[in-house]
Write a protein that binds this ligand. Structure first.
Ligand code: ATP
Length: 316
C-alpha cells in the first residue's frame, strides 16, 4: 500500500482586523497569515477498504467524523468518486505537536495535508488553486495552509494574496495547556461588543481590504524588517479575549517585559507569540518567561517563521 508522510505547519496572525459581518454568519476579515516551523506530522496510507480512519493519541483531538482531517478525506471521496472506488479509503495518523484550540490553525493544517496527500495518493494532479478551492469548503484557514508562507487573507480568510516569504525570524510561542478559547465565542462576543462599528457599504469594505496592501505592516514585510513587523502587529480579537482570560493578558505582558521586539495573541487565542531578534534571544526569552511564570501548565516553544505550507517528508 502506498503511503505519504506530510509536514503540516501551524500559522500565526501578524494582522487580524474584523471589518464587518457577512450574511453567511462569518466575518469579513483582513488578515496577514504566517506559517511557522511548529508542525504536525500526518501519515497517510491507502487502505483497501472503503473506510477513512483517524489515529491520534492527543486526548483533545476527535477521532470521528468531526475531525477536520476526516472531513478533508470525505470531501475528496465525494469529489473524486472514481478515484475513491479505485484506491479505497485512507488511514490517517496525526502526530500532534501543534497545541489544540490555540488559534494556530491546527485542525485546518491537518485538513490541508490530507487534501495534498490524497491528491498524490490518488494521482489526481490537482493544481494549488484547485486544492485551495477544496480547502475553502472545509474552513476559512485551510486554503492558506496548503501553500503557507506569508499572505494577505481577505473575505472569510480564504481569498489569498501571497507576500514575499519571511524566513528565519525567530519567535517564542506560549500556550496554557488547559486553556482553550472557542473561535466561535470570540467572534460572537466581538460582534456583540463592537458590531456597531462594522462597515456596511461595499465600497468602504473594498477600500478597507485594499488598504492593507499599502499599509505599514506590508511595507515592513516587503523590507523583511523584523523590528518593524513586530511593532505593527495587530489583532482585534485581543479586545475580547484579553479581558476574559487574565492568564493570556499576563502571558502577553510577561513577553513584553522580557525585551522582545513585539508580542501579540494569535487568531482567537489563547496562544501568544513574541518576535525576537535572534535564536539566541528567543531562547533567553523562553527561559526568562519560564522563570517569571513557573507554571507547568504553560507550554513554551521556540520556533521561526517559514516560507512553506504542506510538504511531503517521505513517500513509500
Ligand atoms: P483556528 O486557528 O483555525 O481557529 P485553532 O487552532 O484555534 O483553529 P484547532 O486546533 O483547529 O483550533 O482545534 C479546534 C477544535 O477542533 C478542537 O477543539 C478540536 O476538538 C477540533 N478538531 C477537529 N479536528 C482537529 C484536528 N485535526 N486537530 C486539532 N483539533 C481538531
Amino acid at each position: 500500500m502506498r503511503s505519504y508522510t506530510l509536514i503540516a505547519p501551524a500559522k500565526i496572525n501578524l494582522h487580524l482586523e474584523i471589518i464587518s459581518d457577512r450574511p453567511d454568519g462569518y466575518h469579513e476579515l483582513v488578515m496577514i497569515l504566517q506559517s511557522i516551523d511548529l508542525a504536525d506530522e500526518i501519515y497517510l496510507q491507502a487502505s483497501d477498504t472503503e473506510t477513512i480512519r483517524i489515529r491520534c493519541d492527543h486526548p483533545e483531538v476527535p477521532l470521528d467524523k468531526s475531525n477536520l482531517a476526516y472531513k478533508a478525506a470525505e470531501l475528496m471521496a465525494v469529489e473524486f468518486p472514481q478515484a475513491f472506488a479505485k484506491y479505497g479509503g485512507v488511514n490517517i495518523t496525526i502526530n500532534k505537536r501543534i497545541p489544540v484550540a490555540a488559534g494556530l490553525a491546527g485542525g485546518s493544517t491537518n485538513a490541508a495535508a490530507v487534501l495534498v496527500g490524497i491528491d498524490l495518493l490518488w494521482n489526481l494532479g490537482l493544481t494549488q488553486s484547485e486544492l485551495e478551492e477544496l480547502g475553502a469548503q472545509l474552513g476559512s484557514d485551510v486554503p492558506f495552509c496548503v501553500a503557507g508562507g506569508t499572505a494577505i487573507a481577505t473575505g472569510r480568510g480564504e481569498q489569498l494574496a501571497p507576500l514575499p516569504s519571511l524566513d528565519n525570524i525567530y519567535i517564542v510561542l506560549g500556550k496554557y495547556r488547559s486553556l482553550a478559547v472557542s473561535t466561535a465565542w470570540a467572534y460572537k462576543t466581538y460582534r456583540q461588543e463592537f458590531g456597531d462599528s462594522y462597515l456596511r457599504d461595499t465600497d468602504s469594505l473594498s477600500a478597507r481590504a485594499a488598504a492593507i496592501h499599502s499599509g505599514p505592516i506590508v511595507k515592513a514585510i516587503l523590507h523583511k524588517d523584523a523590528r518593524e513587523i513586530a511593532q505593527k502587529l495587530h489583532n482585534d480579537l485581543e479586545r475580547v479575549v484579553l479581558p476574559a482570560y487574565p492568564q493570556v493578558l499576563q502571558l502577553r505582558q510577561t513577553f513584553a517585559s522580557a525585551g522582545v521586539l513585539g508580542t501579540m495573541m494569535s487568531g482567537s487565542g489563547p496562544s501568544v507569540f513574541a518576535i525576537c531578534e535572534s535564536l539566541q534571544q528567543a531562547e533567553q526569552v523562553q527561559l526568562r518567561v519560564r522563570e517569571i511564570l513557573p507554571d507547568e501548565d504553560l507550554e513554551l516553544f521556540v520556533t521561526r517563521m517559514t516560507s512553506h505550507g504542506i510538504q511531503v517528508a517521505s513517500s513509500v
